[in-house]
Ligand binder design. Sequence first.
Ligand SMILES: *Cc1c(COP(=O)(O)O)cnc(C)c1O
Length: 414
Amino acid sequence: MFKQVGSALKHQARNVLFLATGRPVSPTPISSMTLDADDVALAKDLLSHKDSWLDKKSVHIFEQAFCDFTGADEAASFNAGRIALSAILSSLEIQHGDEVVVPGYTCVVVPNAVTTAKAIPVYCDIELDTYGLDINCLKQRVSSRTKVIILQHLYGLVCRDFEAILEFARKRGIAIIEDCAHATGASYRGVKVGLHGDAGFYSCEQSKVFNSTCGGVAVSRRSDLMQRIRSFQSNASWPSEHQIESALKTVILNHYRFKHSDRWWRGDLALMKYGDWAYVSTTPAEVSQNTGVPGQVRMSGAVAVIARNQILKTAAYNNKRIKNAQAWSEWCQERSVRQPMIIDESEPIFLRYPVLMDTQYKRSPYTMLKHHGILPGDWFRSHLHPASIKLDDCPNAQIAVEQCINLPCLNDDD
Ligand SMILES: *Cc1c(COP(=O)(O)O)cnc(C)c1O
């Protein structure tokens, strides 16, 4: 509590400084912009109905809504996207020592899921058009021990070499897992991403397309895999009461900190009330890779209620993102900034709008606020964000680490 009061005071002092120097006190936030008053009302109601927190029916209703949105036949929810990935790796019956190709520009929790499955992550470089796996590098990284390729649709784009990678893997009998943590709702040739490979996973962590503070979903069109993913889910435990309370309070906290129009002061009030409950998505032990994926944990009924409310709004929010991305595209053209590629027959949803700009902006996003009036996201400050791990032989990823910032795709009036 004292810590929260301290940071609130510091924040308000900064606001005074910003007002004095003519900078906006609340620049457009880059995260939690889908949390509205109705989500807050649900979270408050759930906080006073503890008896409903482990309700399996709510989980089922969310999974059904997720299927309706993506067109999947079946979906299994977990307490995080990384656990959904664990479920998929387990369903693929990965053996000790098998190799799994992982993009060399991703979240550390992705290789953590691979090592948790006792497999070996083999890092592959990305391309700089969509920040997905580069097919030429992939061909060099694959060996006779490769069982799985994890490809990614980063920032809500559909990855450039998608078709080529699917075909390459199919010919060799290598399974494809689509990491759709950023791309819920994006599609390729009219089919949502996540449904093109052997399996796909999504995230509803607090910075993602839809947001219930924590959560993830696994899908597979292969019935053998889906059955094993389901059984992984039935054997999973529930999150702790503390985790659920933290997730619900963080919905309220993030609404006031990031979405509310008076967030410049209401955010601080919320921080004093709920700050001690703020949900930690990735623990220090995960970042330092001293631990793997945090358990075999399913999505709680309480979080599922929020996740369902969010997924019902995702199509509308994604349309706004797509519209705002068009404005960023023009912004890039006016300044000769390299913009992301939209591959033929794809419909990206632009969780964020990634651009390659001068390294000073990646080093200090506030420099971007000063020069351009935009506070960008700095996702992937390292090859395995947020762990400060540097990978060799991933030169494009290195460029992205140094130059790729991402611009917000939802505005205050959206
Ligand atoms: C966030 C993220 C994940 C993991 O999702 P969680 O729900 O946080 O476990 C996986 N891959 C990428 C690229 C991500 O950004």
